[in-house]
Design a protein around this ligand. Sequence first.
Ligand code: 4NP
Length: 186
Amino acid sequence: MNETTPSNRAASRPSTIKLLNRIAGKRPVKVLFVCLGNICRSPAAEGMMRSIVTAEGRDAEWVIDSAGTGNYHVGDLPDRRMRVHARGRGLELTHRCRQVAPSDFDDFDLIIGMDRQNIANLRHAAPSPEAEAKIMSMGELLPASSGYDHVPDPYYEGSEGFELVLDLLEEGCRRLYGIINDDTFA
Ligand code: 4NP
């Protein structure tokens, strides 16, 4: 379940702690969720985060979007399976797939990748060290109890894979919301 060693569970890097503490005082919070295809994990993260901030009456304080490192599905709605599972939790996913663009590193303060490959691709795409410093992993927001240090690709999985992604995203997005609104993260 972990991409590194079994004992090396998700932990926030010092650079992520610095990044989140810097963002906690800024409004709006501009966050971009990134996966490979932008049809499963990241549009679900976008929908989940929007649902949380809307329920809290804070939607005006957040700019939330998603994108993919790949371009296979540009223009498409999220994968039908993800839309069905998300709808089961009251989330309507209407995002249209797009690829990460260089301008995203200017337009967003926080760029959250779902797995190690997404992070590597984002680092490669970052146009400057300042841009690279905006990247973090969703795994850093997951609790030890989840057993995961990343959000696994559900594309070739069954229903359980999609439900697992939604469970992990809910945990991670709630944690992010709490961090941003508590204004501290250590
Ligand atoms: P996602 O899942 O990165 O969570 O959107 C995938 C979607 C499509 C593909 C791979 C992963 N694909 O290879 O087309």
